[in-house]
Design a protein around this ligand. Structure first.
Ligand SMILES: [Zn+2]
Length: 198
């Protein structure tokens, strides 16, 4: 994530559900590009720290992560990042909910943008609460993204697809007026998204 500039400085946070139902989370205040295994913390589903270095605290975005796990029992991992193109598009009011790119529709479905909320606060939990039950990727207005998956790899792949989509769209808007996929194309892609994976 750091190498691809989806995060910078101390930004971004990740979590994964453990087999016993507790969560492995990244700590607040440490750069993600140099995290060590011993920096990771274990919290319960309410966010109470159970294990990890005494001087470290869970990510300040933990409430947002907990909201996902509480609403989505099938989700095994959550990633919050600050992808540049996603954030830039939200700043000028370009929505990723409009179907432009087939891969994005199949991988992510429609991508809503949540209302602006103060980063690292309870506000972010509230901002995604009404959206996360039926979306795997959400843009946090003026701030970043949240992607979820069965495991960290799937949540990360969704982040990559999300930012690639935003980047493509940003370029298209610089070149002209991007054309939307028509209804027939969208319906076919939607069937693909909902088909049982082999
Ligand atoms: Zn953030």
């Amino acid at each position: 994530m750091y190498a691809r500039e989806y995060i910078s400085g101390l930004a971004g946070n990740l979590s994964a559900r453990l087999p016993d139902g507790n969560l492995l989370v990244t700590p607040a205040g440490l750069p993600k590009n140099s995290l060590l295994v011993e920096d990771l913390l274990v919290v319960d589903i309410r966010g109470v720290k159970l294990a990890g270095a005494e001087h470290l605290h869970p990510t300040s975005e933990l409430p947002m992560h907990l909201e996902v796990y509480q609403q989505r029992p099938e989700v095994g991992a959550v990633i919050h990042a600050h992808p540049v193109y996603c954030v830039a598009l939200s700043m000028v009011g370009i929505s990723l909910e409009v179907p432009f790119i087939p891969e994005a529709l199949v991988m992510l479905g429609p991508i809503p943008t949540s209302q602006y909320a103060t980063p690292s606060s309870e506000e972010n939990r509230q901002a995604i609460a009404g959206l996360i039950s039926n979306h795997d990727a959400i843009i946090l207005a003026q701030h970043g993204s949240i992607t979820v998956g069965q495991d960290l790899l799937q949540a990360y792949m969704r982040l990559e697809t999300l930012e690639h989509t935003a980047r493509t769209l940003a370029l298209a808007y610089q070149l002209g007026e991007p054309s939307q996929l028509n209804m027939e194309a969208v319906e076919k892609l939607w069937a693909l998204r909902n088909a049982p994976s082999s």
